[in-house]
Design a protein. Structure first.
Length: 115
């Protein structure tokens, strides 16, 4: 499974970024897609996910600011991030859970938010 991500960069607080991830190497149907992030010195955490029925979940601190959406074939996932804060800084990685397989994460794209 390959999960190249793009769209990261450096922005000032209050700015916006859109992260994109394409999903390839999939054999079975996709159960869920998600974005995780890892801030410096912290553990990786779930930021947003989308699963069958287009049910979405968000980490509490990003609710109302971030939106996750996918393409029709579950082969791409996007994270629209608005009103960014310095605490949003981190390495953002794309995640896929495919039926009958272990979940996979991509290499990620770096987001830096300055105050």
């Amino acid at each position: 499974v390959q999960l190249p991500a793009s769209g990261g960069g450096s922005v000032q607080a209050g700015g916006s970024l859109r992260l994109s991830c394409s999903v390839s190497g999939i054999t079975f149907s996709v159960q869920s897609l998600a974005w995780y992030r890892q801030a410096p010195g912290k553990q990786r955490e779930l930021v947003a996910s989308i699963r069958k029925g287009d049910i979405t979940d968000y980490e509490e601190s990003v609710k109302g600011r971030f939106t996750i959406f996918r393409d029709d074939c579950w082969r791409a996932v996007t994270l629209q991030m608005n009103s960014l804060k310095p605490d949003d800084t981190g390495l953002y990685s794309c995640y896929v859970k495919e039926c009958l397989r272990e979940p996979a994460w991509g290499q990620g794209t770096l987001v830096t938010v300055s105050s």
